[in-house]
Each structure stands twice: as structure tokens, then as C-alpha cells.
Design a protein around this ligand. Structure first.
Ligand SMILES: [Zn+2]
Length: 270
């Protein structure tokens, strides 16, 4: 048996002798049960100790001597004061005490630092949640900041036009210069004139997707179309779009004037 093991065993005997009353059968049975599992008390002193606490618990006669040195035992019935002093004050006992302190320090982390740290982590998580909710709130408020509006429908009558100048006059009725609009003629085109037969306010892309082949043929026949650029400057934004006018004076618009609608699709305003 190693020296270290014996020192450990003696310290264990002294410790539990000072701690427990061996007249209590439950205490002794618990110690003996634990001993069965852990096998600490295996030296001659350990074996004497087990026999002694069993005798005390079950009122068996014993010699009343210290199981370590053989002098008269103190009130514990197992060891004497002299042995307790020597063993408790030994360098080995002191080194064990120090390592107990280390264990205690780590339990200080668990009992004192961890509760504070866990509250801090919880606060951080709550903060993250609040930020996420704020972002969600902003996201949900976007539609109200940039609301969908009904397509603009012209109140002006259809007036047939013969050239780009007359067509410009008609466009300016809906997009007047004095309201900040700027209209300029780009070119004469002749495709997609079927769009001029769409109902006022309807998106051409939706209608074109639903066309049959025969309808498509009619839709894409050719006629002269006057094409204009329209721009509009606000304090913080500029809107641009394309306006087309056919010979009947019907007008199509594509671009940022149809807020909230498909800005890449023409729709008829007149
Ligand atoms: Zn003794």
C-alpha cells in the first residue's frame, strides 16, 4: 500500500470521526455502504475503524482504545485527540485542504459568477429580440410608406392626331408643364398597337399573357405610334416614363407614374 493511500485513509478516518455520531445506526450503515463501493478503508487501520463503528452502532463491547495508536480513544470512540491533532495538522492534510479550496473556487464561479453572467446573456438575447422586432415592424410598415395607388386615368376626351406636334399637345393635357412635367418626343413607332384596344387602367402584360395565337396576331399589327419621354422632378425624387399616342388619340403609359403597379408594363390612361 502506498504512503499516499495510507495518509488519505487516516485523514478520512479522522474527518468522519469528528463529523458523525457512530451511535446512529443509519450513519454507520451509510458509511459502510459507501465503503463497499469506494474501498477507501482497506489498511489495517481502516479495517479496525469499520469494525469499531459497527460495534458502537450495535452496542457491541470493544476495548475503547484509539484504533490508530492504541491509547484511550476520545468521545468519538474511534480515535484519540492526539491522533486527530497530528493527522489534521500534517502537511498532507494541509495540501488536501488547499485542493479543496480550488474546488471551492470553481464552485464560486458556479454560485456567484454564473448567475450574473447568465443574466447578462439573457439581457443580450432580449436586446437581439427587440432589434429583430423593430426590423419586423419597419418591414411591415413599408407598404404604408409606399402605398399602392390606383392607376391614373385621364379625364380628357379622345382627340385624333395627325402628327407628333398634335400628339404632344394631347400628352401635355395629362402631364402639364406647369405641374412640373417635362415631355419630349422620341420617335415614331408602329408595333404593339393592339395595346391601345385594352381597357383603360388594365396592365398590358397581364392581358398579353392570356392572349390566344389569333388574338396575338391582331394585337401585334402595325400602325403609326408617337412615343414620348415624360419626366417629373419632386423635391427628393425624379420619376420617368414613356407615353405612347396613336392616331385616335388613345394614350398608353409605362414607367414610374403608375405607382404600385407593374412599372414595366404599359397601361391605357385615355
Ligand atoms: Zn491515537
Amino acid at each position: 500500500m502506498g504512503d499516499e493511500k495510507l495518509k488519505q485513509e487516516l485523514l478520512y478516518i479522522v474527518k468522519i470521526s469528528s463529523k458523525y455520531d457512530f451511535h446512529n445506526k443509519d450513519v454507520v450503515e451509510n458509511i459502510l455502504r459507501m465503503e463497499n463501493e469506494r474501498q477507501i478503508l482497506t489498511s489495517v487501520f481502516g479495517k479496525r475503524f469499520k469494525a469499531r463503528i459497527f460495534d458502537i452502532a450495535y452496542d457491541q463491547e470493544h476495548d475503547g482504545k484509539c484504533i490508530i495508536c492504541g491509547n484511550i480513544a476520545n468521545e468519538t470512540g474511534t480515535v484519540c485527540n492526539d491522533c486527530i491533532e497530528k493527522i489534521s495538522g500534517s502537511p498532507y492534510a494541509k495540501s488536501v485542504l488547499k485542493s479543496d479550496e480550488v474546488v471551492e473556487k470553481s464552485s464560486i464561479f458556479k454560485s456567484k459568477v454564473w448567475p450574473i453572467l447568465s443574466k447578462f446573456i439573457l439581457a443580450c438575447l432580449v436586446l437581439v429580440l427587440i432589434i429583430q422586432l423593430a426590423i419586423l415592424g419597419m418591414w411591415l410598415s413599408i407598404p404604408t410608406r409606399n402605398p399602392k395607388v390606383d392607376p391614373y386615368i385621364s379625364k380628357n376626351e379622345l382627340v385624333a392626331v395627325n402628327d407628333s406636334g398634335e400628339a404632344l399637345e394631347q400628352v401635355l393635357l395629362d402631364y402639364p408643364k406647369d405641374q412640373g412635367y417635362s415631355v419630349s418626343f422620341i420617335r415614331l413607332d408602329q408595333d404593339y398597337v393592339g395595346r391601345f384596344n385594352n381597357p383603360v387602367g388594365e396592365s398590358s402584360s397581364e392581358i398579353e399573357e392570356a392572349l390566344t395565337d389569333e388574338e396575338r396576331y391582331d394585337y401585334f399589327f402595325q400602325e403609326p405610334v408617337y412615343v414620348f419621354h415624360v419626366t417629373y422632378s419632386e423635391k427628393y425624387a425624379v420619376k420617368v416614363g414613356v407615353v405612347e399616342v396613336n392616331a385616335d388619340g388613345k394614350i398608353l403609359v409605362e414607367g414610374q407614374f403608375n405607382d404600385g403597379r407593374d412599372t414595366h408594363s404599359f397601361y391605357r390612361i385615355r
